[in-house]
Design a protein around this ligand. Structure first.
Ligand SMILES: [Zn+2]
Length: 235
Protein backbone atom coordinates (compact mmCIF):
# COMPACT_ATOMS: atom_id res chain seq x y z
CA UNK A 1 0.00 0.00 0.00
CA UNK A 2 3.04 2.33 0.26
CA UNK A 3 3.40 2.86 -3.49
CA UNK A 4 0.86 2.94 -6.32
CA UNK A 5 3.51 1.79 -8.83
CA UNK A 6 3.98 -1.77 -7.53
CA UNK A 7 7.37 -0.79 -6.09
CA UNK A 8 6.82 -2.88 -2.96
CA UNK A 9 4.99 -5.86 -4.48
CA UNK A 10 5.32 -8.84 -2.13
CA UNK A 11 7.37 -6.97 0.48
CA UNK A 12 6.48 -6.32 4.10
CA UNK A 13 7.77 -3.60 6.38
CA UNK A 14 7.96 -2.87 10.13
CA UNK A 15 7.09 0.73 11.08
CA UNK A 16 6.84 2.74 14.32
CA UNK A 17 3.59 4.69 14.94
CA UNK A 18 4.76 7.53 17.20
CA UNK A 19 3.18 10.44 18.94
CA UNK A 20 5.36 13.45 19.79
CA UNK A 21 5.12 15.32 23.10
CA UNK A 22 5.99 19.04 22.96
CA UNK A 23 6.45 21.41 25.91
CA UNK A 24 5.97 25.13 25.30
CA UNK A 25 6.58 27.06 28.53
CA UNK A 26 3.86 25.74 30.85
CA UNK A 27 1.76 24.20 28.09
CA UNK A 28 1.82 20.70 26.62
CA UNK A 29 0.93 19.52 23.17
CA UNK A 30 0.89 16.05 21.68
CA UNK A 31 1.21 15.58 17.92
CA UNK A 32 -0.55 12.36 16.86
CA UNK A 33 -1.60 9.80 19.43
CA UNK A 34 -0.29 6.57 17.93
CA UNK A 35 -1.53 3.10 17.62
CA UNK A 36 -3.71 2.94 20.73
CA UNK A 37 -3.12 1.18 24.01
CA UNK A 38 -5.43 -1.77 23.30
CA UNK A 39 -2.80 -3.99 21.56
CA UNK A 40 -0.65 -3.72 24.72
CA UNK A 41 -2.92 -6.32 26.33
CA UNK A 42 -3.19 -8.61 23.28
CA UNK A 43 -0.41 -11.24 23.13
CA UNK A 44 1.24 -11.06 19.69
CA UNK A 45 -0.63 -7.87 18.79
CA UNK A 46 -3.83 -7.05 16.88
CA UNK A 47 -4.43 -7.66 13.18
CA UNK A 48 -6.00 -4.60 11.51
CA UNK A 49 -5.86 -2.94 8.08
CA UNK A 50 -3.60 -5.67 6.68
CA UNK A 51 -1.00 -5.26 9.42
CA UNK A 52 -0.10 -6.56 12.87
CA UNK A 53 -0.13 -3.84 15.53
CA UNK A 54 1.84 -4.29 18.74
CA UNK A 55 2.24 -1.88 21.65
CA UNK A 56 5.05 -2.66 24.09
CA UNK A 57 4.23 0.30 26.39
CA UNK A 58 0.96 2.19 26.72
CA UNK A 59 0.88 5.91 25.92
CA UNK A 60 -0.66 6.70 29.31
CA UNK A 61 2.19 4.75 30.94
CA UNK A 62 4.81 6.64 28.93
CA UNK A 63 3.28 10.02 29.83
CA UNK A 64 3.47 9.03 33.50
CA UNK A 65 7.28 8.71 33.26
CA UNK A 66 7.81 12.51 33.28
CA UNK A 67 4.88 12.81 35.72
CA UNK A 68 2.13 13.74 33.24
CA UNK A 69 -1.47 12.65 33.08
CA UNK A 70 -3.50 12.81 29.84
CA UNK A 71 -5.50 15.66 31.45
CA UNK A 72 -2.28 17.77 31.54
CA UNK A 73 -2.20 17.94 27.74
CA UNK A 74 -3.54 21.29 26.48
CA UNK A 75 -3.46 20.66 22.73
CA UNK A 76 -3.72 17.52 20.63
CA UNK A 77 -2.67 18.11 17.02
CA UNK A 78 -3.57 15.30 14.64
CA UNK A 79 -1.85 14.99 11.25
CA UNK A 80 -4.82 13.03 9.87
CA UNK A 81 -7.50 10.64 11.09
CA UNK A 82 -6.01 7.22 10.25
CA UNK A 83 -6.24 4.89 13.22
CA UNK A 84 -2.48 4.66 13.84
CA UNK A 85 -2.53 8.42 14.58
CA UNK A 86 -5.87 8.61 16.42
CA UNK A 87 -6.30 5.47 18.49
CA UNK A 88 -5.49 7.23 21.78
CA UNK A 89 -7.78 10.25 21.17
CA UNK A 90 -10.18 8.97 23.88
CA UNK A 91 -7.45 9.54 26.52
CA UNK A 92 -7.46 13.32 26.03
CA UNK A 93 -10.85 14.50 27.25
CA UNK A 94 -9.71 17.96 28.37
CA UNK A 95 -7.57 18.99 25.39
CA UNK A 96 -8.30 21.25 22.43
CA UNK A 97 -8.01 19.27 19.20
CA UNK A 98 -6.30 20.94 16.24
CA UNK A 99 -7.36 19.09 13.09
CA UNK A 100 -8.00 20.22 9.53
CA UNK A 101 -11.69 20.95 8.98
CA UNK A 102 -11.63 18.67 5.92
CA UNK A 103 -10.57 15.66 7.94
CA UNK A 104 -13.58 14.78 10.17
CA UNK A 105 -15.96 15.39 7.27
CA UNK A 106 -14.05 12.77 5.24
CA UNK A 107 -13.40 10.31 8.08
CA UNK A 108 -17.06 10.22 9.17
CA UNK A 109 -18.12 9.19 5.66
CA UNK A 110 -20.21 6.12 5.00
CA UNK A 111 -18.70 3.62 4.39
CA UNK A 112 -15.87 4.44 6.80
CA UNK A 113 -12.74 5.12 4.70
CA UNK A 114 -9.91 2.56 4.74
CA UNK A 115 -7.53 3.25 7.64
CA UNK A 116 -10.11 5.05 9.81
CA UNK A 117 -11.38 3.41 13.01
CA UNK A 118 -14.75 4.94 13.87
CA UNK A 119 -14.60 4.33 17.68
CA UNK A 120 -11.27 6.15 18.04
CA UNK A 121 -12.60 9.32 16.37
CA UNK A 122 -16.09 9.21 17.92
CA UNK A 123 -14.91 11.23 21.01
CA UNK A 124 -14.24 14.16 18.66
CA UNK A 125 -18.02 14.66 18.52
CA UNK A 126 -17.96 15.87 22.13
CA UNK A 127 -14.40 17.29 22.13
CA UNK A 128 -13.18 20.89 21.99
CA UNK A 129 -12.46 20.81 18.27
CA UNK A 130 -10.63 23.70 16.60
CA UNK A 131 -11.08 22.94 12.89
CA UNK A 132 -8.22 24.33 10.79
CA UNK A 133 -8.94 25.90 7.40
CA UNK A 134 -5.24 26.34 6.61
CA UNK A 135 -2.02 26.49 8.61
CA UNK A 136 -1.99 27.16 12.38
CA UNK A 137 0.71 28.84 14.43
CA UNK A 138 -0.23 26.97 17.61
CA UNK A 139 1.36 29.26 20.25
CA UNK A 140 1.44 32.45 18.15
CA UNK A 141 5.24 32.74 18.22
CA UNK A 142 6.20 30.58 15.23
CA UNK A 143 7.71 27.80 17.35
CA UNK A 144 5.07 25.18 16.51
CA UNK A 145 3.29 25.37 13.17
CA UNK A 146 0.76 22.95 11.71
CA UNK A 147 1.18 23.12 7.93
CA UNK A 148 -1.52 21.99 5.53
CA UNK A 149 -0.34 19.10 3.32
CA UNK A 150 -3.34 17.26 1.81
CA UNK A 151 -3.17 14.22 -0.46
CA UNK A 152 -2.62 11.26 1.85
CA UNK A 153 -6.07 12.24 3.15
CA UNK A 154 -8.10 15.39 2.34
CA UNK A 155 -7.01 17.22 5.51
CA UNK A 156 -3.49 15.86 6.09
CA UNK A 157 -0.94 18.11 7.80
CA UNK A 158 2.72 18.15 8.87
CA UNK A 159 4.30 19.91 11.87
CA UNK A 160 7.23 22.34 11.94
CA UNK A 161 8.76 22.67 15.42
CA UNK A 162 11.56 25.14 16.17
CA UNK A 163 13.46 23.76 19.14
CA UNK A 164 15.69 26.34 20.89
CA UNK A 165 19.06 24.55 20.77
CA UNK A 166 18.44 21.69 18.36
CA UNK A 167 16.90 23.84 15.64
CA UNK A 168 13.89 23.25 13.39
CA UNK A 169 12.36 19.79 12.94
CA UNK A 170 9.76 18.90 10.33
CA UNK A 171 7.50 16.04 11.43
CA UNK A 172 6.03 14.45 8.34
CA UNK A 173 2.61 13.23 9.40
CA UNK A 174 2.03 10.75 6.57
CA UNK A 175 3.18 13.09 3.76
CA UNK A 176 5.82 10.34 3.48
CA UNK A 177 5.85 6.92 5.18
CA UNK A 178 9.45 5.81 4.64
CA UNK A 179 12.82 7.29 3.68
CA UNK A 180 12.47 5.56 0.29
CA UNK A 181 9.06 7.20 -0.25
CA UNK A 182 10.73 10.55 0.44
CA UNK A 183 13.83 9.99 -1.69
CA UNK A 184 11.97 8.49 -4.70
CA UNK A 185 8.80 10.61 -4.31
CA UNK A 186 6.56 7.51 -4.25
CA UNK A 187 2.84 7.96 -3.65
CA UNK A 188 1.06 5.33 -1.52
CA UNK A 189 -1.83 3.56 -3.22
CA UNK A 190 -4.05 4.37 -0.22
CA UNK A 191 -3.69 8.15 -0.69
CA UNK A 192 -6.94 9.96 -1.48
CA UNK A 193 -5.47 12.35 -4.09
CA UNK A 194 -2.29 11.75 -6.11
CA UNK A 195 -1.92 15.32 -7.45
CA UNK A 196 -2.37 16.83 -3.98
CA UNK A 197 0.15 14.30 -2.63
CA UNK A 198 2.79 15.48 -5.09
CA UNK A 199 1.99 19.13 -4.36
CA UNK A 200 2.37 18.49 -0.61
CA UNK A 201 5.64 16.65 -1.26
CA UNK A 202 6.86 19.77 -3.05
CA UNK A 203 5.77 21.98 -0.14
CA UNK A 204 7.52 19.66 2.33
CA UNK A 205 10.78 19.90 0.36
CA UNK A 206 10.44 23.69 0.11
CA UNK A 207 10.01 24.03 3.89
CA UNK A 208 13.08 21.84 4.44
CA UNK A 209 15.13 23.90 1.98
CA UNK A 210 14.09 27.23 3.51
CA UNK A 211 14.35 26.33 7.20
CA UNK A 212 17.14 23.72 7.03
CA UNK A 213 14.86 21.60 9.20
CA UNK A 214 15.78 18.12 10.34
CA UNK A 215 13.37 15.74 8.60
CA UNK A 216 11.58 13.23 10.82
CA UNK A 217 9.45 10.85 8.79
CA UNK A 218 7.22 9.58 11.53
CA UNK A 219 6.89 5.99 10.28
CA UNK A 220 10.58 5.67 9.25
CA UNK A 221 12.34 3.31 11.71
CA UNK A 222 15.71 5.00 11.18
CA UNK A 223 14.29 8.48 11.91
CA UNK A 224 12.52 7.19 15.01
CA UNK A 225 15.72 5.48 16.20
CA UNK A 226 17.72 8.67 15.62
CA UNK A 227 15.71 10.56 18.26
CA UNK A 228 16.55 10.39 21.98
CA UNK A 229 14.57 7.59 23.64
CA UNK A 230 11.57 9.01 25.53
CA UNK A 231 11.52 10.52 28.17
CA UNK A 232 14.84 11.99 26.93
CA UNK A 233 14.29 14.82 24.41
CA UNK A 234 16.03 17.23 22.05
CA UNK A 235 16.02 20.68 23.73
ZN1 LIG B 1 -1.98 7.55 7.31
Amino acid sequence: MFSDTGAYEGRSVKLPTPGCLIRHDAQWMIWDTGNGDRPASVPGGEIRFGGRFTQPRTLAGQLAEPGLRPSDIDYVGISHLHQDHTANIPLFKDAAFLISAAEPAWARGNPTPFGVEAPSIAPLNAARLEPLEGDRDVFGDGTVQILRAPGHTPGSAMLLVRIPKSGPVLLSGDVFHTRENYEKNLVPGVNTNRAESLASSQRFRGVVANTDARVVIQHAPEDFASLPAFPEYPD
